[in-house]
Design a protein around this ligand. Sequence first.
Ligand code: HAM
Length: 421
Amino acid sequence: MTAQHKAPRGTRDTLPEDQPYWEFVREAASRTSTAFGYESIETPVFEEASLFTRGVGEVTDIVQKEMYIFKDRGGLDLALRPEGTAPVCRAYLEHGMHNLPQPVRLWYWTPIFRYDRPQAGRYRQHHQFGAEAIGEAASAVDAEVIELLWRLYEELGLTNLTLQLNSIGDSKCRPKYLEILRDYYRDKLDNVCLDCRARFDRNPLRLLDCKQERCQPIIAGAPPITDYLCEDCAAHFSELKALLETARIPFTLSPRLVRGLDYYARTVFEVTPPDEGAQSTIGGGGRYDGLIELLGGRPTPGVGFATGIERIILKLQRQGVAVPQRERPQVYVAVQTPAARVPAFRLASELRRAGISAISAAGERSLKAQMGHADAIGATYVAILGERELAEKTVTLRQLAGGAQETVPLTDVVSRIRPSR
Ligand code: HAM
């Protein structure tokens, strides 16, 4: 016998019993996005690989270690989407969205692929809900996307979250800071991990993002970037903080927060539950004013976030948040005689057309087995068709909970099940 197939490592099936959580989160995400004036967008699951190498950054873990890249049969280098921002910016450019009123507000709900080391809350295929506001530089839009994310978590009933906030400056002030950071690290290179030694030369800001134990004390002593912001970046950051206070969104200043993608400028933020380690970050984002230009467009500012659905659901489950349960069929149509099979099929069909969910028994099973089946799938009613019912043009309607039973003319079944209609 051939070995049975399994879902690839780091991927998961979302089974019917998981769906209530997914629907609960998706519905809240859609509703919150609409309340903030965001419209939904979908981009392809794969893109040209260079979109991400350029957009996310050559020297990021996502591009260097985590991207699923492949050549298609025509020889094109493609990548499964490792994040959602670069594709949305590509679509903004491709469809001339700069001609629309700015900023263009978009949201997405989408699978993301990263060749990560799988563990609880970390998968090779995960899903993100994200929002992007493209075409406006004002800090009010930064505050808006953060508020959207925060309201979603509130809606879902997630508690005990911390919003970590930082500004990493722009192309005017960051180079000067990077020199200061290098000066600080220069005599500590013997004590940092190998990756950090490479970061020192190629991408020094990433030094602050290292997760290795040995590098933590060095990161903790590094000069904070917020002390070196230029006047414009500092003003932008103070306005943002004031707006968040106005919206009563609590935040913690994290002057060493830099995030794992290279496109950020000015605002960066992450939302974390307490004491669960780096893998528990449930959402993050920031401003990416240089990205559209990097992708070949005119200089266009943008800001957004993404939040991991699997991590949200894990947290909902840990917190014991109750979600609406999946709907079960209202009626199970059972047959007591082979002659009732076609009428039963017809009855189920009529019920569904009247907006009542129904399934009819299939195969050869005893009435007892059919009752057991109806119970197992959680139906509310069993409608039994036997010889007597066929002759009288009636149906025996039995409520599974409690067992109340009555004979109802076929023509009255719909109104009996849904008396308000
Ligand atoms: P990110 O921080 O890389 O940002 O990912 C966003 C969220 O996706 C994380 O906070 C986390 O909840 C979830 N996530 C990331 N990797 C995994 C994984 N391997 N397994 C499960 N969940 C994961 C971005 O991707 C940016 N595009 C966000 C953004 C939008 N910035 C501006 N606009």
